[in-house]
Design a protein around this ligand. Structure first.
Ligand SMILES: Nc1ncnc2c1ncn2[C@@H]1O[C@H](COP(=O)(O)OP(=O)(O)OP(=O)(O)O)[C@@H](O)[C@H]1O
Length: 621
């Protein structure tokens, strides 16, 4: 199959370059047709294998197909979402047992496969509850425990599983149909992978992989997404287990839950490149073939070899051999090694770099009667003995621009975190347009209309600038399809003057560009309330002025309300209606900047003995 069969979400609407688009569209269509033709031919060729009369080759082919289903379905969770599930093989085992039990009970084949999928999916759903309370290494470690757990259960639930004796299935000589079913499931697995990559679901997974907390604060509901992808991968693992149990006609606990075989599909994907479209295909083809060869020629060493390969790849080629530098020099391998964002570049025209647009696709927000847009009532945030925010009460009206000042550690960012529910306040209430945010999750708050930036920029590093902006647009109150979100993202990107970086990975941007990207991403949340955290620090005066202009513009034009944490008073002075000052978590002043900077407590907090001579506009902290 060619690499161009995926339809890119941003495949149209480049009106400024009609001729170029016409020819590119045509070459895209040609590529797609070639890809589909090659793919169909490849599948037909594979389907003919069991009819060639060589049972040995068919068995190897069958093993490769099963390994691909397992490896690829594992990679939806690990490569796409960044959760390394070392216990994925237990879904294969549960599927194999559920299938075998029904088949022994003389149920039809398809009913038994369906039953295996349902039972395994339910098991995954139950397991997901405790598992997704964990992250990173702890998640991987916990999933590793699933295999011995299931193995012990299979040994001891003798009335159902027949214990150590295993289950003999009432079948014989089903290699040919089992191979064809496995091939069909493989094709489906590949199609699902393409679909995931081009869907909102796929972008949710990628945002979770990059930064779960930020994903939530731009509107992604991460809990159901995590559950769904685990259940999906478990269902495909179950089919692999069922079909292989059918082909082997015998299963026992050690075969379907054994740790030595469990890590084989994982090793295969890691070997070539987790998260790459062709990584699982290449890894499985190379290592499964090698495994078969070893089984015949070097008996007893195959498990050792897989362990060694994982070790060596991890040590010398982290990310898989397809990500090694030398691969870029080999045309075929280079094509197979393309990252997700490179497929995007393949079908999209060059970014339009017109002058920054002043019109953004944002609603115009009206005031909510006399109700303040944001109201804090005795908000307290305590970390052990450290009270970061001490019973702060304040109100901000719709359309106000408010500066939030205070020395380092005074609680400004913590206050933002209490509003956007990164932290749950220890006490007090946060009301947004009169609604208590107490029971709201981070993503709900984002959809209600709270957008924010982070003091240290936190872009989705391995996604492009365009994808970074498109993600909030896909998860807004009125969510856009990936295709429309990618199109709309361009407007925000041009506003942030990042048009020339449209297709580049966000982790390759300069600090200034990352700040501009964060600001644009916060605007793409279409917020009524924009929380801006020290966006101007470390920038040149011209760059600071640009942020000042943007903040004034989004308020004047769209009625957005802004709270701006900033130490550069000369910038605040140009745009804020008033400032609020914090000291050690306590609100010490609230009023026009010129007055607040003359407030004795503020002066002594900021300037110590030099305080009385200070004037507004002269200070930076
Ligand atoms: N997750 C946390 N765990 C423990 N303490 C925390 C946590 N987050 C913030 N703090 C503490 O809360 C206090 C306020 O920190 P915060 O980052 O809100 O200050 P700030 O005013 O934003 O400072 P800066 O201007 O340096 O960003 C500090 O003492 C900090 O150490």
């Amino acid at each position: 199959m060619g690499t161009s069969i995926e339809r890119h979400p941003d495949a149209a609407d480049f009106g400024g370059l009609p001729q170029r688009c016409g020819s590119e569209d045509m070459s895209k269509s040609l590529n797609a047709v070639t890809g589909w033709a090659l793919g169909t031919f490849g599948v037909a060729a594979l389907a003919s294998l069991p009819f060639l009369g060589n049972a040995y080759l068919t068995t190897i082919g069958f093993t490769v197909l099963i390994a691909y289903i397992l490896g690829q379905s594992w990679d939806w969770v690990a490569g796409e979402m960044g959760y390394v599930n070392l216990g994925h093989y237990c879904f294969y085992g549960i599927g194999a047992y559920a299938f075998a039990i029904l088949l022994v009970g003389n149920w039809p084949l398809w009913v038994a496969i369906g039953f295996a999928v349902v039972v395994t999916a339910l098991a995954a759903l139950v397991i997901s509850v405790p598992l997704f309370r964990l992250q990173g290494d702890y998640f991987a470690f916990a999933t590793l425990a699933l295999l011995p757990l299931m193995e012990v259960l299979a040994y001891n639930l003798t009335p159902i599983t027949n214990g150590a004796d295993g289950i003999v299935l009432p079948v014989a000589q089903v290699l040919q149909p089992a191979y064809l079913i496995a091939l069909g499931v493989c094709v489906l697995t590949f199609m699902v992978t393409l679909r995931i990559n081009a869907s909102r679901f796929g972008y949710a997974l990628k945002s979770i992989r990059n930064d779960e907390q930020v994903a939530e604060t731009v509107g992604v509901r991460i809990a159901p997404i995590k559950r769904r992808v685990l259940v999906l991968s478990a269902a495909f693992g179950a089919v692999a287990g069922a079909v292989q149990a059918w082909q082997m006609s015998y299963i026992d606990p050690a075969t379907v839950f054994g740790l030595n075989v469990a890590l084989v599909p994982v090793a295969m994907v890691l070997f070539a490149g987790s998260g790459l479209r062709w990584g699982p295909v290449v890894g499985v083809l190379v290592l499964a073939t090698l495994q078969q060869w070893l089984l015949v020629n070097v008996k007893g060493f195959q498990a050792t070899l897989y362990g060694l390969i994982v070790l060596l790849i991890g040590r010398f080629m982290p990310g898989g051999f397809l990500r090694a530098r030398w691969v870029k020099k080999v045309p075929l391998l280079r094509a197979l090694a393309r990252e997700h964002h490179e497929y995007m570049g393949e079908t999209a025209t060059v970014a339009q770099t017109s002058a920054a647009s002043k019109e953004l696709p944002l609603p115009r927000y009206a005031a909510v009667g006399s109700t303040p847009l944001i109201q804090l009532e005795n908000v307290r945030m305590q970390f052990g003995g450290n009270v970061a925010v001490k019973d702060v009460s304040l109100q901000i009206q719709s359309g106000e621009i408010v500066g939030l000042i205070g020395p380092n550690g005074s609680g400004k960012t913590t206050l933002f975190n209490c509003i956007s529910r990164v932290y749950t306040p220890t006490a007090g209430r946060v009301l947004f347009a009169g609604q208590d945010l107490k029971g709201c999750s981070r993503d709900q708050i984002a959809r209600l209309g709270v957008g924010r930036t982070y003091q240290i920029p936190r872009p989705f590093g391995d996604l492009t600038v365009q994808e970074n902006i498109a993600i909030p647009l896909m998860f807004n109150e009125q969510p856009l399809s990936p295709r429309d979100a990618m199109r709309e993202a361009r407007v925000f990107i041009e506003y942030a003057e990042l048009g020339h970086r449209l297709r580049e990975r966000a982790d390759g941007l300069s600090v200034q560009e990352k700040k501009a990207l964060e600001f644009a991403r916060a605007l793409a949340c279409k917020p009524r309330l924009l929380l801006v955290d020290e966006v101007a620090s470390g920038l040149t005066p011209a760059e600071v002025q640009r942020f000042v202009d943007h903040i004034r513009h989004v308020r004047d034009r769209y009625g957005m309300t802004v709270i701006w944490v900033e130490h550069i008073f000369s910038a605040l002075e140009k745009v804020v209606d008033r400032v609020i000052a914090l000291e050690e978590g306590t609100l010490i002043a609230d009023g026009p900047l010129a007055e607040v900077v003359r407030n004795e407590r503020v002066l002594s907090t900021y300037l110590g003995s030099a305080a009385p001579k200070a004037k507004a506009g002269e200070h930076t902290c």
